[in-house]
Write a protein that binds this ligand. Structure first.
Ligand SMILES: [Fe+2]
Ligand SMILES: [Fe+2]
Length: 121
């Protein structure tokens, strides 16, 4: 994954998210990896949301809703009771990767620009 943001913390955290998603795809992956993704996602989304709130970012409602949908998807998977085999890991890694890529290069880019133009980075 190339650089996702000109803001250091945002880019570093996105890199970690994509790294965890790579682990979901590994043959020895299990539910533990998905719980790690859930935890790190919570941490990352909370920080972005803090910036949106403090800076009064105009797109914050939609952006927060998008975060919430992703949190719900992960929670749904964790509660699914599915067996975590290689094929399952592959399917969910592909799905989560597509979602995250679209988010990171979509709405996160709008937030990035807004933060870059604000006094707090
Ligand atoms: Fe975001
Ligand atoms: Fe993000």
């Amino acid at each position: 994954m190339g650089k996702t943001s000109d803001i250091l913390w945002q880019d570093a955290q996105h890199q970690v998210l994509f790294e965890i998603l790579d682990l979901v795809r590994q043959p020895d992956a299990d539910w533990q990896v998905l719980r790690r993704l859930e935890d790190y996602t919570a941490y990352h989304f909370a920080l972005e949301e803090k910036y949106m709130t403090v800076l009064d970012f105009p797109g914050r409602i939609e952006h927060m809703q998008s975060h919430q949908r992703f949190r719900n998807e992960i929670a749904k998977l964790l509660q699914s009771g599915e067996e975590f085999d290689e094929q399952f890991g592959e399917i969910i890694a592909t799905f989560l990767n597509e979602w995250l890529t679209r988010h990171v290069f979509g709405v996160d880019k709008e937030l990035e620009q807004f933060i870059l133009n604000s006094p707090i980075k």
